[in-house]
Ligand binder design. Structure first.
Ligand code: SF4
Length: 304
């Protein structure tokens, strides 16, 4: 029988005016957190006399801690959740790539040396996917919905793949002898149908996009970054000195790792008075597992 009049006694999609609060005691959240803790073994800290491409464009001080084997703070459950999701996404992408390209190699491991000029740099790495028939290396990056939207241009100009991801993939291309470098972003949340229609994104682009460049176009930056990482590594192993808290692209050292803030100052040549040119804050400090040790070690180069 058709419903012909308004019935507020029927089930509704909207909660009542007082909302619906979640349970105070979680059954499945606790279960998940316990499982994550049991399946994510903490990494053993160890000294490294090699560079890792995943450190591309990282804070120099952080690279020092990686070199000297400083133990970072343990990962929180939210971090384990993120890493586990990322691992599963990588596994899916690897299987999909091998199914589509029979010659594809996934999770290619390297423990080798890259020569740049007369400098031999030890590198330990693994490359997410190398497809010899396409001369292409890619790095898979699982990414949150907001970051993906910014990258693909859901709001404003597309920001594209992050430079550190392209450099990391570029090092992988050097290792594999590939001529093309790509970064593939896989979003953990799809862009809405309405926005995709408005912006002209395909169904695939709602959650997956890639950026490809010729290795030769970024080779100078890739090689410069390899040498920077190696220089920081040697600074520790040859001189027992930690690098200062410099982040590529930020003009001055991070002054307060507690919140990542920095202040760029200059002496006015006319008045001799110190003036502030710029202030800002580096988001990475809040996610850095070395934040506490970095605070206690202090700024500048630190010899131990
Ligand atoms: S806390 Fe910030 S400045 Fe210190 S090592 Fe980490 S990223 Fe670098």
């Amino acid at each position: 029988m058709p419903i012909t009049s308004f019935h507020d006694d029927l089930p509704s999609k909207r909660p009542g005016p007082e909302g619906l609060k979640h349970d105070g005691n979680s059954v499945f959240g606790t279960t998940l957190v316990d499982w994550l803790a049991a399946t994510n073994e903490p990494r053993e800290p160890k000294e490294r006399e090699y560079i890792r491409p995943s450190d591309a464009l990282s804070c120099a001080r952080k690279v020092s801690y990686v070199a000297n084997g400083t133990a970072g703070t343990e990962m929180e459950p939210s971090g384990m959740w993120n890493v586990t999701l990322g691992n599963n996404i990588h596994q899916m992408m690897g299987e999909a790539t091998k199914a589509a390209y029979p010659d594809a190699q996934v999770e290619v491991q390297f423990d080798t040396t890259i020569s740049i000029g007369d400098v031999d740099v030890p590198v330990v790495s693994y490359v997410d996917a190398f497809i010899p028939s396409l001369g292409l290396v890619t790095d898979f990056k699982s990414i949150g919905g907001f970051g993906y939207k910014m990258a693909i241009g859901e709001r404003g100009t597309p920001q594209g793949a992050k430079p550190e991801h392209l450099i990391q993939a570029g090092i992988g291309a050097l290792l594999c002898g590939a001529s093309k470098v790509s970064v593939t972003y896989i979003s953990k949340e799809a862009i809405s149908i309405a926005v995709a229609n408005r912006k002209g994104f395909s169904e695939t682009e709602r959650f997956c996009a890639e950026w490809t460049v010729d290795l030769d176009d970024i080779r100078p930056q890739v090689e410069a970054e390899i040498l920077r990482l190696w220089g920081i590594n040697r600074l520790w192993h040859d001189e027992h000195t930690l690098a200062s808290r410099k982040v590529p692209g930020i003009p001055v050292e991070i002054s307060a790792p507690r919140d990542g803030s920095y202040v760029q100052k200059e002496i006015d040549p006319n008045t001799g008075i110190e003036i502030v040119l710029a202030t800002g804050s580096y988001w990475g400090c809040n996610y850095c597992s070395y934040q506490q040790v970095c605070i206690s070690d202090g700024g500048g180069r630190v010899t131990k």
